[in-house]
Design a protein around this ligand. Structure first.
Ligand SMILES: C[S@@+](CC[C@H](N)C(=O)[O-])C[C@H]1O[C@@H](n2cnc3c(N)ncnc32)[C@H](O)[C@@H]1O
Length: 211
């Protein structure tokens, strides 16, 4: 997906992916990440997700990366926090206590820029990308975070029935992307009531990736 694809969605308000509340799978499985106060959680492709508030309320430092600056502005507005903004290389950086959001391309982020990462939360990031971007994304994510433990939420459906995003990510794909770096455990695979967009039969799967 090109940057303009996402910009157009944001500008035209086609942001059905934005939940507006903390994701129920995050609420249910957050404890598996076993995070301590002050630990740093990377949320790649974070949009203006309210999931950020869940980590903040537990005392973690959230590091997000998002392409579309308007989403980041809206995020800080909804948090009722005024960010400090500065430029760091190709990125505009929005900062507040326990929150750092890099505005720019995830693929251009370096480990040095992000700093230490203790855990990754991926909701609607991997599934937002087509192949071969998914392979590049997972390689980059593993390298940036030294394979920090990860809570990963995916959709599964018959890919021929709909062009993504969101794209279908099967257990075989999760194994292919992450099997060499993580111990992979499926936590839950649930039928999505009402389906997913045009697809009537879809699943949501939750994975814990750990070392
Ligand atoms: C499907 S949305 C999910 C947003 C968020 N994770 C959530 O759960 O609401 C994908 C987001 O990734 C952003 N995005 C897409 N490609 C990106 C990239 N290469 N670098 C950073 N952000 C990107 C889009 O602008 C969009 O906000």
């Amino acid at each position: 997906m090109e940057a303009t694809y996402w910009q157009d969605l944001w500008v035209s308000g086609q942001t059905g992916f934005h939940e507006g509340q903390v994701n129920r799978m995050l609420n249910k499985y957050y404890h598996l990440l076993d995070l301590k106060v002050g630990e740093r959680v990377l949320i790649p492709l974070c949009g203006k997700s309210m999931d950020i508030t869940h980590f903040l309320s537990h005392g973690q430092h959230v590091v997000g990366v998002e392409l579309y600056e308007g989403a980041v502005v809206a995020l800080f507005e909804s948090l009722k926090v005024s960010p400090r903004i500065h430029q760091q290389g190709a990125f505009r950086v929005y900062q507040a206590p326990n929150l750092t959001i890099f505005v720019g391309d995830f693929f251009a982020v370096s480990a040095q820029l992000l700093g230490r990462i203790d855990a990754v939360y991926d909701r609607a990031a991997l599934v937002a990308l087509p192949e071969p971007m998914r392979t590049d994304y997972t390689k980059h994510l593993v390298s940036l975070t030294k394979a920090a433990k990860q809570l990963l939420i995916c959709f599964e459906y018959e890919q021929g029935l709909m062009s993504g995003p969101p794209f279908a990510v099967s257990p075989e794909m999760v194994e292919r992307y992450y099997g060499a770096h993580y111990h992979i455990e499926l936590q839950e695979r649930t039928v999505l009531e009402g389906g997913l967009k045009e697809v009537s039969h879809a699943f949501e799967s939750v994975w814990l990736l750990s070392s």
